[in-house]
Ligand binder design. Structure first.
Ligand SMILES: *[C@@H]1O[C@H](CO)[C@@H](O)[C@H](O)[C@H]1NC(C)=O
Ligand SMILES: *[C@@H]1O[C@H](CO)[C@@H](O)[C@H](O)[C@H]1NC(C)=O
Ligand SMILES: *[C@@H]1O[C@H](CO)[C@@H](O)[C@H](O)[C@H]1NC(C)=O
Ligand SMILES: *[C@@H]1O[C@H](CO)[C@@H](O)[C@H](O)[C@H]1NC(C)=O
Ligand SMILES: *[C@@H]1O[C@H](CO)[C@@H](O)[C@H](O)[C@H]1NC(C)=O
Length: 369
């Protein structure tokens, strides 16, 4: 029996640490692939191993019975199964910027993945600073959009930077309506926030990448709120999304996977960028802070915009190329206790979105191995 236990421990160590070690040597500019695959396997095996640890024969069978784990595509669909916890907090008014970030609703909000069977089997992890840094090491990350996108960038920086470094960033990042670029030297990450309030701005950015034949490794885009407030025409919004879709398809080397909208011809083999759509948040009409917002961003308009997004087939769930970071569901589940203005949410919501994205990257990389 002792022999079995020791063998189990040894096997576990090999499974866990060998890929990690190898990963260390393979990290390079074109990064994510190997390392994240190894990390995902290790994490997943770790999760599966725990209950069966001393019994080697059982862990083999437990592994093969985990259908969800073998089908990584289906793990993607469980990424947003997140539950919230709210603790009453002394209300503190934060007036640093025009945008509420971490405070305000009087609640301390925290989240975890649901404890449902598929979620557990998929082994999602909140990555700590060093794992997230390893995962993003050497990458060029671009986030383009409106104030939601800015809050998303803020959460990403909060994850990878030390709190003291964060103080410096905060002021720059929150200059109204401007771009923000940074290079995080120690992990070789180049991070760009592009102020792109309209879909046309995102489309311009995509055209620029296409022209220069240089693509970020990770691209997160999202529009809607600004358009709703300043243009307020859902069908025009739909048209702009259709155009964005065409451009995204042209950027993808393997577009035949999604349709025949034209692959990049005769190009050098480019690594397909990882692309996400940052969805709009749940709007709490009664909390919106101007009459104009309450009028223009009402339930009906919001639904019309949502329908256009689905119709545009931009999202993978509708047969398109982009994976949705579902801020609507995350913010809706967090609820009114997570917002002060009915539109911008507590940092915890964007933090959850970051971890959804990082885990999606892990799942996807695993698929491609
Ligand atoms: C994996 O899951 C997806 C979505 O649930 C399903 O469409 C697909 O057929 C599954 N693939 C395999 C090999 O089971
Ligand atoms: C908001 O976050 C910053 C940095 O994380 C922190 O210094 C500040 O105290 C927070 N504000 C409140 C009111 O919690
Ligand atoms: C990032 O990768 C480089 C090699 O490409 C390595 O030297 C460095 O230690 C890595 N940094 C982190 C934080 O993993
Ligand atoms: C975004 O697009 C709008 C409409 O096309 C344009 O007026 C504006 O100048 C663009 N803004 C940026 C920052 O590119
Ligand atoms: C939206 O714009 C189109 C033209 O681009 C116009 O035909 C339509 O009437 C507009 N819809 C609304 C509700 O203003």
């Amino acid at each position: 029996m002792v022999g079995t236990v020791q063998f189990g421990a040894l096997a576990a160590c090999i499974v866990l640490f060998v890929p990690m070690g190898l990963a260390g040597y393979h990290l390079s500019r074109n990064k994510i692939l190997f390392f994240s695959g190894a990390l995902f396997i290790s994490l997943a095996v770790g999760v599966h191993l725990t209950p069966y640890f001393p019994i080697v024969t059982n862990y083999v069978s437990s592994f093969s019975s985990s259908l969800v784990l073998e089908n990584h595509t289906s793990c993607i669909s469980f990424l947003h199964e997140i539950v919230w916890d709210h603790h009453v907090q002394q209300p503190i008014m934060n007036k640093v910027d025009e945008k509420p970030s971490n405070v305000s609703s009087g609640f301390q909000n925290s989240w975890t993945w649901a404890k449902s069977t598929p979620v557990i089997a998929c082994g999602f992890q909140k990555l700590g600073r060093s794992d997230a840094s390893d995962l993003l090491n050497g990458s060029w990350v671009v986030v383009a959009g409106d104030s939601q996108a800015r809050l998303f960038v803020l959460s990403l920086l909060e994850l990878v930077l030390e709190p003291s470094e964060m103080e410096l960033v905060r002021g720059d990042l929150f200059k109204r309506h401007s771009d923000y670029q940074t290079v995080i030297e120690k992990i070789g990450v180049k991070l760009d926030f592009v102020w792109a309030p309209y879909t046309a701005n995102v489309t311009n950015l995509l055209m620029e990448y296409k022209r220069n034949r240089r693509y970020p490794d990770v691209l997160v885009m999202g529009t809607g709120l600004w358009d709703m407030l300043h243009i307020n025409n859902a069908s025009d919004y739909g048209v702009s999304l259709g155009l964005a879709r065409q451009l995204v398809m042209m950027l993808l080397p393997f577009s035949s996977e999604f349709g025949n909208d034209g692959p990049v011809t005769g190009s050098i083999s480019i690594q397909s960028p990882h692309m996400f759509w940052l969805g709009m948040p749940t709007l709490v009409e009664s909390m919106l802070n101007t009459e104009e917002k309450r009028e223009k961003m009402n339930f009906a308009v919001r639904n019309a915009y949502e329908r256009e997004l689905f119709k545009s087939k931009l999202l993978r769930q509708n047969g398109g190329p982009l994976l949705l970071l579902d801020i609507n569901s995350l913010s809706g589940n967090c609820g009114g206790r997570c917002t002060v203005d009915g539109m911008h949410y507590d940092g915890a919501v964007y933090e959850a979105a970051i971890h959804v994205m990082l885990n999606a990257l892990l799942v996807e990389s695993q698929q491609r191995l």
